[in-house]
Write a protein that binds this ligand. Structure first.
Ligand SMILES: Cc1cc2nc3c(=O)[nH]c(=O)nc-3n(C[C@H](O)[C@H](O)[C@H](O)COP(=O)(O)OP(=O)(O)OC[C@H]3O[C@@H](n4cnc5c(N)ncnc54)[C@H](O)[C@@H]3O)c2cc1C
Ligand code: FES
Ligand code: FES
Length: 471
């Protein structure tokens, strides 16, 4: 039995845990405000808000219900467009966000509108000092195909004005309720969620292990809904990001958004937060896990690319526990050293030392909400212009997320200068074997990697590199 709260209603569902939340919302619950567009996490028409209790604190985040297994909503609050009307007994009454959408011409055919309204509502649930740029960022996963975005942006601005005019309260939910952004029942949710007992877990082997589901539900959802599966959420896999014995440790279930918001990453990788904004959209980042990115083994995975440059170790748990360097994890296209029954419990890498330099570059066909044509990360220790250690990875140029062993060797103990860079990109060119596909020709990808390695050095050591000489 899966128990959760859908808007203001307590749900007990006796359905396969792999059931897609979107199907439950639309077909079982007949709440058709949530739309089905791409079913691949790309359009945002299916966006809902998911509230979970972390100790006693309720956290809300936006997710794509088309990629969400029912198992993972157990003990949580799911909010659809029908659940945010200021008066639950009068769903026709509009919230200030909905009203602004109407007044500012933010909607035409209306198909995308519930997703936009739900994502904007989620923004206000999480932000007491709303700003237009932040609100627009939170809509990164919502696509409108007919109205255009000007009206939607005006509606967002108007909603922020309405929020700012409302009376400040110590509890943001109370403020939002009084300003009619959300209904009153939200206040009772923590108490009601506490009454839901933890799910019983099945021990038997299953065909699939589902993490955030953002790869599995895109690639294999039809098989998933008919198959016995296990869920990382039921396996005591940590999502914590912490420092332990001189290492940065990421729980296997840590999400990309957690990394982006992590104080530890902000301290040691100050540029990474803005770079990770190019990873999917907020609802995808809210679900996509580190372990899922590694095991999916896409040659253009972003996190695997970053972690390769940092010489991360993968901590596996099966019949026994073992630690494998990520650089030895990929044997061939989607072939891993990991055994089927092994789970990634955590990933760790050394805390960056002094004189550490890091950069991540990604080129996609579209800037936002797209996977890379080519990506690359660099992690260097360099003192007085001389490289002491180097880690460079490259994605999209081989069947696996690639660590550029020889390129790194060619950098160590060398002075950083333009000539070194020119010779090093030639070494890199010999280590890669890109193929032509929808993301670009082999030749184009070769060129991209060269330019991105140049970018690493131009950004990190502008005073040492003569850009004119690279042209
Ligand atoms: C719209 C969209 C945009 C995307 N954008 C990007 C992007 O910009 N960059 C990028 O790199 N990726 C992107 N992705 C791909 C995906 O989000 C990532 O690869 C994500 O990190 C996968 O994590 P997950 O937890 O959702 O994996 P899942 O789909 O749950 O699982 C993927 C694989 O990992 C395995 N797995 C999951 N957790 C564990 C564990 N703890 N131990 C062992 N095995 C495990 C599963 O069994 C499965 O084989 C995008 C996906 C979508 C739908
Ligand atoms: S239906 Fe398009 S993101 Fe879910
Ligand atoms: S209003 Fe038609 S897709 Fe946005």
């Amino acid at each position: 039995m899966i128990e959760f709260i859908l808007n203001n209603k307590h749900i007990t569902a006796d359905l396969p845990p792999t059931t897609v939340l979107l199907d439950f919302i639309r077909r079982e619950s007949q709440l058709t405000g949530t739309k089905e567009g791409c079913r691949e996490g790309d359009c945002g028409a299916c966006t809902v808000i998911l509230g979970s209790l972390d100790k006693s604190k309720l956290n809300y985040k936006s997710i794509n219900s088309c990629l969400m297994p029912l198992a993972d909503v157990h003990g949580k609050h799911v909010v659809t467009i029908e659940g945010i009307s200021p008066q639950t007994n009068n769903p026709d009454e509009l919230s200030p966000i909905q009203q602004a959408m109407v007044e500012e011409g933010g909607t035409q055919c209306g198909f995308c509108t519930p997703g936009f309204v739900v994502s904007t509502t989620n923004y206000f649930l999480n932000e007491t000092k709303p700003e237009v740029s932040g609100a627009i960022n939170s809509l990164g996963g919502n696509i409108c195909r007919c109205t255009g975005y000007a009206g939607i942006i005006r509606a967002v601005e108007k909603s922020i004005e309405a929020y700012n005019k409302s009376e400040k309260k110590s509890n943001n939910y109370k403020r939002l309720i009084e300003a009619r952004f959300i209904p009153e029942y939200f206040l009772e949710i923590p108490k009601r969620l506490k009454l839901i007992k933890k799910q019983q877990t099945k021990k038997k082997q299953a065909e699939f292990l589902v993490g955030g589901g953002t790869d599995l539900y895109v690639q294999r959802w039809e098989e998933l809904v008919q198959t016995e599966s296990q869920f990382v959420s039921n396996k005591n896999v940590s999502s914590e990001i912490k420092i332990e014995k001189g290492k940065i440790v990421l729980g296997g279930a840590a999400t990309i958004q957690q990394i982006l918001e992590s104080k530890i990453f902000k301290k040691y990788f100050p540029s990474l937060a803005s770079q990770l904004e190019l990873f999917g959209s907020l609802p995808i980042r809210n679900r996509a896990t580190v372990a899922g990115n590694i095991v999916n083994a896409s040659p253009i995975g972003d996190l695997s690319n970053i972690l390769l440059s940092l010489d991360a170790s993968v901590h596996l748990a099966g019949k026994s526990k073992r630690v494998v360097p990520l650089r030895k994890f990929y044997l061939g296209y989607k072939t891993l050293t990991k055994k089927k029954a092994e789970i990634i419990e955590k990933i760790s890498f050394a805390i960056p030392p002094k004189h550490f330099f890091f950069n991540f570059e990604k080129i996609s066909k579209r800037t936002y909400l797209d996977i890379a044509s080519v990506n690359t990360s660099i992690a260097l220790v360099a003192k007085n212009g001389k490289i002491e250690s180097a880690g460079i990875s490259a994605g999209g140029v081989a069947p696996i997320p690639l660590y550029l062993t020889k390129t790194c060797e060619a950098l160590v103990n060398k002075e950083i200068k333009t000539d070194l860079l020119k010779s090093v990109v030639q070494v890199a060119a010999e280590e890669i074997s890109p193929i032509s596909d929808a993301r670009g020709s082999a030749e184009y990808k070769r060129l991209l990697l060269r330019q991105l390695i140049y970018s690493h050095f131009i950004l990190l050591f502008p005073e040492k590199i003569n850009v004119e000489e690279l042209l």
